[in-house]
Design a binder for this molecule. Structure first.
Ligand code: SAM
Ligand code: FES
Length: 353
């Protein structure tokens, strides 16, 4: 590895605010030994902050109905081949009860932007889950809403919110989304979520169509400025019924290297090894952890709807029961020297309070 790359990784670790050019330099000079150096450093940093615990989040994909038409997404409104579903309140509560019994202490309610789930409907569901399981954290991932709506959902008991920024470059944003969606509104939502007090998650797909080292450098700088508590990054994977069906997937190597750089830059962040990473490589999630990730999000959705929440082709874990997913993941994680934790897994600064 070039000494200059090693020095740049070291200076990222010591807290230097790298410029876009410096991030581009790091991305352009990813050799296997540079990636190994970054992964080793990232792993040590994660171990120092969070130890050998890997936090689990039970993902409840409660609706695949969406008013948006993001060009990359398998459940976009224009995909007439998607079989649509919406879980009832009872289904959602059953998922949480079952998840609780098998050890989950965080539930993530994720779905398309489905108008059925008004503030009233969602607050009722949030209150019921929190009432049934007061020791659990509840994460929402239901897209862009007004600040007033985010506040109501927070007041009802939601603790965390995932809203990937997708890309921090305006032109790239419009390459990925229809004209009525904008990066400025996405950023506004993220700052509002933080202001309200949510543990907030941003992030992006690695290798999305039109992504360049320049746009990635902007992503890293945006993440440094926003300082989210969580960052979700995973490879872009094409879906056969979208405008990007013929595009290439993001790569394992790029994703792992970015995970490491993010961990080095933001040592305390909660960083998932995503399902998409496990989809492009059979050991993707384990390698994600060895590159600095510390969260996994097994699927808690009822098995009969899993194949319908198909964001991209060949998504893994769509056939199994949640308990099977959990025991499979648990042995995979043990095999690399880590263990799944049943702690709520809040950001370290929340625990210090
Ligand atoms: N509607 C909510 C939102 O937009 O934030 C949550 C659901 S959305 C499907 C969750 C995430 O899935 C997106 O932020 C996007 O990054 C990811 N995603 C969608 N299509 C994907 C694809 N083809 N490959 C990889 N990730 C994808
Ligand atoms: Fe709405 Fe993907 S387009 S969830």
């Amino acid at each position: 590895m070039e000494n200059a790359v090693k020095e740049k990784i070291d200076s990222l670790e010591s807290g230097s605010l790298l410029s876009a050019e410096e991030f581009i330099f790091l991305l352009e000079n990813r050799t296997p030994s540079a990636a190994e150096y970054a992964a080793d450093k990232a792993s040590k940093i994660r171990d120092a902050v969070y130890g050998k615990d890997i936090y689990i989040r039970g993902l409840i994909e409660f609706t695949n109905i969406c008013k948006n038409d993001c060009y990359y997404c398998g459940i976009r409104k224009s995909n007439k081949n998607a079989a649509r579903y919406r879980l009832s309140k009872e289904d959602i509560l059953n998922c949480a009860d079952y998840g609780y019994d098998i050890g989950f202490r965080t539930f993530v309610l994720q779905g398309g932007e489905d108008a059925f789930f008004t503030d009233e409907v969602l607050t009722d569901i949030i209150k019921s889950i929190k009432n049934n399981h007061p020791d659990c954290a509840l994460t929402l991932s239901v897209g862009e809403r007004s600040k007033d709506s985010y506040q109501k959902l927070f007041d009802a008991g939601a603790d965390r919110y995932l809203l990937r920024h997708e890309t921090a470059d305006d032109d790239h944003y419009s390459h990925l989304h229809p004209p009525y969606l904008s990066l400025s509104n996405r950023k506004k939502c993220l700052y509002e979520l933080k202001e309200i007090g949510y543990q907030t998650g941003a992030g992006f797909m690695v290798g999305s169509p039109g992504q360049t080292k320049e746009t990635l450098a902007k992503d890293l700088i945006f993440l440094r400025e926003l300082e989210p508590e969580m960052i979700g990054i995973g490879p872009f994977i094409p879906h056969k019924d979208t405008p990007f069906k013929d595009e290439k997937s993001g790569t394992l190597e790029d994703t792992l290297y970015l995970l490491s750089l993010i961990r080095i830059m933001l040592p305390e962040v909660l960083l998932p090894a995503t399902t998409a990473l496990g989809t492009i490589h059979p050991n993707g999630r384990e390698m994600g952890i060895l590159s600095g990730a510390n969260v996994v999000m097994p699927n808690l959705s009822p098995p009969n709807v899993r194949k319908k929440y198909m964001l991209y082709d060949n998504k893994i874990c769509t056939g199994e029961e949640a308990a099977e997913c959990l025991s499979c993941l648990s042995s995979r994680i043990n095999s690399i020297g880590y263990s799944l934790s049943t702690d709520r897994g809040d950001h370290i600064k929340i625990r210090r309070k």
